[in-house]
Design a protein around this ligand. Structure first.
Ligand SMILES: [Zn+2]
Length: 166
């Protein structure tokens, strides 16, 4: 056996130094300075690995995880269509998406659009922006002011037509 053969046994020797099968390698280390050096560096590497510790999670990791889990559990009763929709929107498996789109299209054909509120989903308008909401609010205010004017004018007209008797 040459040095290379012995060195291939070094890992076994390191993990189980007392095993009879490793006695040859152990003996060779005693007599070969080069292999002794090789074995020591391997030993040092493993010592480093033994010292390495996985980073500790933050102190509130468990609590945060528990809160998230409770939130998800609270959301769980959502209908199957909601879940299907979220899977479609957020699923990262790209190859899965066309299949889901196909299934939706099939549901649409089979149900004639009314099946499981698919038509509502497809026709649903995007959420109104803040600007649009402001404009709608202004419009309502305008209507309220006009109504107020109308009332005031009516009141004045009534006063003129039927002056309060003194
Ligand atoms: Zn050697």
């Amino acid at each position: 056996m040459n040095c290379k053969d012995y060195q291939s046994d070094f890992l076994d020797l390191l993990l189980d130094p007392g095993a009879p099968a490793n006695s040859a390698a152990r003996g060779h280390i005693e007599s070969c300075a080069e292999c002794r050096q090789e074995f020591k560096s391997l030993e040092a590497t493993f010592a480093l690995l033994d010292d390495w510790k996985a980073p500790e999670p933050s102190a509130y990791f468990d609590q945060k995880l528990a809160v998230r889990l409770r939130e998800e559990q609270a959301l769980a009763p959502a209908g199957w269509f909601e879940r299907l929709k979220s899977r479609l929107l957020f699923n990262t498996g790209r190859q899965f998406r066309p299949a889901m789109a196909g299934a939706l299209a099939l549901a649409l054909v089979v149900g004639g659009g009314t099946f499981a509120n698919v038509s509502g989903f497809l026709r649903s308008t995007p959420p109104t922006s803040a600007t649009v909401q402001d404009l709608q609010l202004l419009d309502k205010n305008e209507q309220a002011l006009q109504t107020m004017d109308q009332l005031l004018q009516d009141g004045t007209a009534d006063d003129v037509a039927n002056p309060p008797s003194s």
